[in-house]
Design a protein around this ligand. Structure first.
Ligand code: PMP
Length: 284
């Protein structure tokens, strides 16, 4: 695989980052994951806008322009002959020299890494036909979940706990209400209405979420942005989650209780189709 590191396209074995890099030592880095279908990049503008926001919130600078970012994405797709899969992008605050909590001096170059991951069945995921099962866990993450940092230890622990319980993923709960999934935004369906938590510092502002809500509104569905409980979700007609790499994923069981009929519902299935159709059309 050819990866991108600080301006160079090199074989993955040659891509080396300093042991002093703050991404490694402090988790001082932000990232994005963008899907590729048919060799084209989905939701590019959305991911770049969010990257800019994450960088700004952390006062991290990276002078690559939008046109340079798209060129890097396209070059990696080409060099790796990527048809279907993902592109991972990470910007860390760079190599600070000696370990120090304080940020390095202005002008310290960030470390920029991008690489591809091939996933031949990304759009045709069999899990989307069966639906997935989740457990709930307390949300023990920090309180700026709107910034997409690489601090993913708790989401990793949650996915391991779900796997140990024989389930697929975890939904986080704080003050009695669901915040989001371990790596996705969550929704319930009641009749013609989709309910999903409102945007705040409590959740990541999903790029897939923004587009999904737009497409749902265009399909005459009602949208209510408010928190809901695990009990309300278990009693809903349907549940699902969204993320850049899973698109729209039906959830058929929460904490051992079937949601609705316990099978993939028509609304989630239709929204998945609409999302895939529309985002393929808009891909660049
Ligand atoms: N919430 C969290 C915690 C996530 O990690 C992700 C995936 N990056 C999402 C939501 C979904 O965001 P997006 O649709 O932009 O992938």
């Amino acid at each position: 695989r050819i990866v991108y590191l600080n301006g160079e396209y090199i074989p993955e074995e040659e891509a080396k980052v300093s042991v002093f890099d703050r991404g490694f030592v402090m988790g001082d880095a932000v990232y994005e994951v963008t899907s590729v279908l048919g060799g084209k990049i989905l939701e590019f503008e959305g991911h770049m806008n969010r990257l800019g926001r994450s960088l700004a919130e952390l006062e991290m600078s990276c002078d690559l322009t939008r046109d340079e970012w798209i060129e890097i994405h396209r070059e990696l797709v080409k060099r790796n002959d990527l048809d279907e899969g993902m592109i991972y992008l990470q910007v860390s605050r760079g190599n600070a020299g000696d370990r120090d909590f304080h940020y390095p001096p202005e002008g310290t170059p960030p470390t920029v890494v991008l690489y591809t991951q091939s996933k031949p069945n990304l759009a045709d995921d069999p899990k989307a036909k069966q639906g997935i099962k989740v457990i709930s866990l307390p949300d023990l993450r920090w309180h700026r979940r709107d910034i997409k940092t690489v601090q993913l230890l708790y989401p990793s622990m949650a996915k391991m706990a779900a796997e140990k319980a024989g389930k697929n993923d975890a939904w986080f709960v704080e003050d009695g209400f669901v915040t989001e999934g371990s790596s996705n935004n969550v929704y319930i369906v009641k009749g013609n209405k989709i309910i999903t938590r409102h945007l705040s510092h409590d959740i990541l502002h999903g790029i897939t979420r923004a587009s999904l809500l737009k497409y749902a509104a265009e399909s005459q569905m009602e949208i209510e942005e408010r928190p809901f409980t695990i009990e309300e979700a278990q009693g809903a007609d349907e549940a699902f989650f969204t993320s850049a790499s899973a698109f729209v994923m039906p959830v058929v069981e929460i904490d051992g209780e079937a949601v609705g009929e316990g099978a993939v519902g028509p609304v989630a299935m239709r929204l998945r189709e609409i999302y895939l159709d529309e985002s393929r059309k808009a891909a660049i």
